[in-house]
Design a protein around this ligand. Structure first.
Ligand code: GLN
Length: 284
C-alpha cells in the first residue's frame, strides 16, 4: 500500500479527532511500524498489508488519545530514549532545561552525588548520569507501577553511558529517606506531582499518566512542601535544589521554598517555551 496515501489519510483522521500534531504523529507511528527513523519514510513507497493494518490499529488508538509514546513504547528526552508505557509518566520536553540546570551545578565536580525524587521513567536521573559521567545518581520512586519502568530503564540504560544509576523504592516526603546520604548530596532534583486537585488536564494526561505523578493537593504544592525537609537534610551546605512546577506556580513555589528557612538564593527559571517552569535554591 502506498505510504504517502496512508500518511495523508492518517493525518486527516488524527486532525479530525483533534490531535494536536496530526502529521508528525502519523509519521512517527508509521516509522515505528516499519522500523525506520522518521526521515527514512521519504524513501519508502509501499508497505506490506500487515504493516498497513498495524498502522491503522495504532492510528485509532492515537485518535482515541492514547499518548504517542505509549504506542511506540519510547519517549525521547535529551540524548536518551526512555522506555515508557501504561503506569509511568511520559517525560516532557519542559523538563529538559531542569536537567540542563542540574548539569551546570555539577560542572567541574568529580563524582558528584545527585538524587532525583519521583523519578518515574528515570528521564532526569539517567540523563544526568549520561551527560555527567561519573555522577553518582540515585533515583527515588514510590509508585510500584512506575518503579518497574525506573528499574527497567536504569538496567537497559535507555542508551545512556555506562554510569550506573541507583534505584530506590521510596517516598520523597519520608523523613527517613536515604539516611546514608545525609548532608552529602550535591544536587537534589525533582519533577514532583504538582497539578492542583481539580485542575483541567488534557484527556490523554488524565487517562494515561499515573495519578501519583500528577496531583499535588489543593494548590498543587503539597508534595513539594513535604519534600523540603528531606531535601534540606540530604543536601550538603552549598548543595542545590531544583524543582519543576506548573506555569502558574512561578511565584508560589519560590515563596514556599523561601519560607522553609533552610535555603537561600531562591530563583525561578523559564522552560524552552519561556513559561515559568522550575525553582532552584542553595542549601544554607
Ligand atoms: N507537566 C505535567 C503535565 O503535563 C504535570 C507534571 C507534574 O505534575 N509533575 O500535566
Amino acid at each position: 500500500m502506498n505510504v504517502r496515501t496512508l500518511l495523508a489519510d492518517a493525518a486527516r483522521r488524527l486532525a479530525e479527532a483533534g490531535v494536536e500534531s496530526p502529521r508528525v504523529d502519523a509519521e512517527l507511528l508509521m516509522a515505528h511500524v516499519v522500523g525506520r527513523p522518521r526521515a527514512g519514510l521519504l524513501t519508502l513507497d509501499d508497505v506490506a498489508a500487515e504493516d498497513a493494518a498495524r498502522f491503522a490499529g495504532l492510528l485509532e488508538q492515537r485518535a482515541d488519545r492514547v499518548p504517542l509514546q505509549h504506542l511506540t513504547g519510547r519517549a525521547p528526552f535529551r540524548q536518551l530514549e526512555l522506555a515508557v508505557g501504561p503506569g509511568v509518566f511520559v517525560p516532557r520536553p519542559e523538563t529538559e532545561l531542569l536537567v540542563e540546570w542540574a548539569l551546570e551545578q555539577l560542572a567541574g565536580l568529580d563524582g558528584p552525588i545527585v538524587v532525583d525524587l519521583g523519578s518515574g521513567s528515570g528521564a532526569i536521573a539517567l540523563s544526568i548520569a549520561h551527560e555527567h559521567p561519573g555522577a553518582r545518581v540515585t533515583a527515588v520512586e514510590r509508585d510500584p507501577g512506575a518503579l518497574a519502568w525506573t528499574r527497567h530503564n536504569a538496567l537497559t540504560r535507555a542508551g545512556a553511558r555506562d554510569t550506573p544509576v541507583g534505584v530506590v523504592a521510596g517516598d520523597m516526603t519520608d523523613a527517613g529517606l536515604l539516611p546514608e546520604l545525609d548532608g552529602r548530596v550535591d544536587v537534589v532534583v525533582s519533577n514532583p506531582p504538582y497539578v492542583p486537585d481539580g485542575a483541567r488536564v488534557p484527556r490523554e494526561v488524565a487517562d494515561h499518566d499515573p495519578p501519583l505523578a500528577l496531583w499535588g493537593g489543593p494548590d498543587g504544592l503539597d508534595v513539594v512542601r513535604g519534600m523540603l525537609d528531606v531535601a534540606a537534610r540530604l543536601l550538603r551546605p552549598g548543595g542545590r535544589l531544583g524543582i519543576e512546577h506548573a506555569d502558574q506556580q512561578g511565584t508560589a513555589l519560590p515563596a514556599v521554598v523561601r519560607s522553609h528557612g533552610a535555603f537561600s538564593e531562591v530563583a525561578d527559571h523559564p522552560d524552552l517555551a519561556g513559561r515559568p517552569r522550575f525553582t532552584t535554591a542553595r542549601r544554607g
